[in-house]
Design a protein. Sequence first.
Length: 230
Amino acid sequence: MTGDESAQIRVLSYNVLSLRMSEQAVAAIIKACDPDIVCVQEAPRFLFWRRRIERLAAASGLRFVAGHRRAGAVAVLVGPRIELVEAGVTRLPWRVGRHRRGVACALVGVLGRRLVVASVHLSLHADERLAHLPLIVAAVERYAVPVVIAGDINEEDIGAAWLELGRRYQDAYAVAPVGHGETFSALHPRRRIDAIFVDRSVTVLSCQVPDLPEVAAASDHCPLLATLAF
């Protein structure tokens, strides 16, 4: 099916820094990437958080389907050709003094096929990243369909959590890179700390940091876009 364009989807992962820099620039970037699914990290967390993420989705031609400010401020947005089957949020164990973390999952359908897409924002602490990983995997694999996990991993590709995710799934940029893959910082991208991990039953056609003029003004992270066929 990889030669059939209708079997393809575009997944965007984007840490938007709570929309503190420029909501308009973030919306412009998302719209220019023309994604079917967007995994958002650092979505708005405080006053009117739902209204703000729904406004971003609407400005981007998408709809907000999963996520919550109290589950790590991760979210999933989907486009018009994506059927939402089920959505949910898993809150991960929390330690006082650290940020709350969670997983936003959407079980979706397109052209009769199903997959689960999860947005994650892993901890700044290596021990917590590793402790949360089995819970993230359990949250997505319970659906028994192909898996896409996208987000801010908060470590590079030599880190233990990244290596474990790469053992279970395909690192989309490593499989089909286009251009540079460094996502942080947006102003001077030197580190690849954002990733899209894809079930091995899914074909990765390309993965790239979109080259768009608004990127440095929108957030402290670059977005990451993968084209997949399944």
